[in-house]
Structure formats: structure tokens, C-alpha cells
Design a protein around this ligand. Structure first.
Ligand SMILES: [Zn+2]
Length: 196
């Protein structure tokens, strides 16, 4: 089994990554998209991703890690994340020999998740078909949702505390005068993490 894990550096995808590392023998490729847009969260996310990848490689097992970037900072609108993820996942799956699974950290409790996941797979499948027409990639690529049924509190409880502290969820980080980032406390992601 070769699994591509789409990784944002947030609590959900960190819990997913740990689950795949600890509970499977999958050949793992972990991929982060530096999603630059008007929210200005790419830098804070990136820092979290680097710390978490290093931590997990050290504590669990080795895995292949890569990044790509989508820069929409010149746009007023904020592009839909799950579509960006579908687009990038396809390119990276094609770039990963034998890749037959894509893991994303969607949760059953996420807003409108069934519809969003279906649309995400549709975008992926259309792209994947184009690559298959050129005989690239595996014929069957399955999407998996390893932490789908968990709550955020459960995910946090399963992870080492140190690792939870390394994750980054805020969509609109505030830069402090010393250059460090602080979570805004009011965005959707911050609210979802409250009490965790
Ligand atoms: Zn926030």
C-alpha cells in the first residue's frame, strides 16, 4: 500500500499522520501545500509543518515528505481549499510510484463534509482520468479518511501533548511585534479548536 497523506500542519491532519505512521505499514508520502492567500496563514502553517515532520520522523518511522505552493495572494477572493487539495493531490499521486491511496483528514463533524468530499473526489477523478489517458499513475486510487469519526477533543487526547502544541490551525494568524505568530482566536478553525 502506498499512501499519499495530504498534510496541513493542523490538529486533524497531524492526528491522521500519526495514525498512519503508528498503525499501518503503508509506504507513506506526506505532502504539504503552502497555500498563500489573503488569509496570510502560509508562513505560520509552514513553520508548524516543519516542526511536526521532524518530530514524527524522529519518534515514529521515516517517510517521504514534499511540499508545493499555490500563491493566490494577488486575488481578493480566497480559493476553496479542498479543490486546491484535489488538484495538488493528483499531481503528487502521479509523482509517487505505486500510489493507490490518498488520505485526507476530513472529519464527519466538518461543515457539509459529505458534499465537499464528493466534489473533491470528482475534481481529482477528472484530473486523474487525464493522466490515465497518458498511462500515468495507478488505475485505482482510493480516498481514505482515517480520522473521520473522531472529534477534535478525541484527536487531541490521542496525541502526545508536545505534538498537539506544535500544530497550527488558525486561518488568520496575527503577527506579534517579535515576529512570532499568535492564533486570532475568532476564525472558524480557532473556534473549532476551543476547549481542546
Ligand atoms: Zn484563528
Amino acid at each position: 500500500m502506498t499512501t499519499l497523506a495530504m498534510f496541513s500542519g493542523g490538529l486533524d491532519s497531524t492526528a491522521m499522520l500519526v495514525k498512519l505512521l503508528a498503525e499501518t505499514k503503508d509506504e507513506l508520502r506526506v505532502h504539504h501545500i503552502r497555500m498563500a492567500n489573503k488569509e496570510n496563514r502560509a508562513e505560520a502553517e509552514q513553520a508548524a509543518v516543519e516542526r511536526i515532520v521532524a518530530w514524527c520522523r524522529d519518534r515514529y518511522r521515516p517517510f517521504r515528505y514534499s511540499e508545493s505552493a499555490l500563491d493566490f495572494t494577488a486575488l481578493d477572493a480566497i480559493p476553496i481549499d479542498y479543490l486546491c487539495i484535489a488538484f495538488v493531490a493528483c499531481q503528487v499521486a502521479i509523482d509517487t510510484p505505486g500510489c493507490n491511496r490518498i488520505a485526507v483528514a476530513a472529519l464527519a463533524r466538518d461543515t457539509d463534509i459529505e458534499n465537499r468530499s464528493a466534489r473533491q473526489r470528482r475534481v481529482f477523478e477528472t484530473l486523474h482520468e487525464c493522466y490515465r489517458a497518458r498511462k500515468l499513475g495507478e488505475p485505482d486510487v482510493q480516498w481514505i479518511y482515517p480520522v473521520y469519526h473522531a472529534t477534535k477533543a478525541e484527536l487531541a487526547a490521542r496525541l502526545p501533548r508536545q505534538l498537539v502544541d506544535l500544530t497550527w490551525s488558525c486561518r488568520r494568524p496575527v503577527r506579534e511585534s517579535n515576529g512570532a505568530f499568535r492564533a486570532c482566536g475568532t476564525c472558524k478553525a480557532c473556534l473549532a479548536r476551543q476547549g481542546v
